[in-house]
Design a protein around this ligand. Sequence first.
Ligand code: BJW
Length: 230
Amino acid sequence: MGLNVFVLTGAGVSAESGLGTFRDEGGVWTQYDLAEVATPEGFARDPAKVRAFYNARRENLAGAAPNPAHVALARLQRELAARGGGLFLCTQNVDDLHEKAGSTEVVHIHGELAVTRCHACEATRSDTGPLDGEAICEACGAAGMARPHVVWFGEMTLFLDEITDALHAADLFVAIGTSGSVYPAAGFVSEARALGVRTCELNLEPSDNAWAFDESFYGPAGEVVPAWVE
Ligand code: BJW
């Protein structure tokens, strides 16, 4: 039996690809009020403002490329599979840079930016263009309900059953580039510990739950992750 590694990534893994983090200096939540742009209540109050926020993020993403951290994780996934193990890649990121680097079966717990969802019937479709406030849903006919397929505060995160199974199957839990401040993802390290799984943090600086990790390596993901994979 090979090694099973559970990797949880956050915005820090994509920082060197030019996609901003949320809570660092200059981060997304220092420029925007999250209650206005990342809650269902904010969308109900001002859908045009929310769509404009995500349309700008879609434009940024179109020009972004994976960095050495994404590439190293894709390589590790292939190597573990070749040795009879596996890498379960769970990301809080709504970008597609893990996939662009070659990772497969990426579990997007907070959804995907390049997918549009109908807020009325929840039908989804891949879409890299701007969200259209006038669009009529092809599935249910609702007008003006197009939103990004992302998880806002107060909404249910995705794939929790698969994640629980993967935590039970893991030999090692690794968190990369996340502040450990948003639940339920921030609680995965404690769940892993309770299951007796070894835990490791790779981040620019100690996260909010740094105490829960057995070992830690600090520095930019583009350097620390390839070095850790070697
Ligand atoms: C680098 C680097 C470099 C920088 N190299 N590293 C339990 C307790 C308390 C509260 C709750 C709880 N359970 C649920 C809640 C409420 C809430 C919550 O957690 N609130 C907290 C703020 C306290 N959670 C929810 O509402 C979640 N839903 C849920 O739990 O559903 C169940 C439920 C529903 C209803 C009722 C009851 C239960 C949903 C959370 C949704 C989060 N959504 C966002 C936006 C997604 C769309 C978008 O992108 O716009 O997800 S918020 C934002 O934060 C985004 C991220 O995925 C998420 C995490 O951020 P992340 O990735 O950690 O980024 P940063 O910026 O915080 O950190 C970056 C890190 O990288 C830093 O440490 C840097 O040092 C580091 N770094 N450069 C390496 N180069």
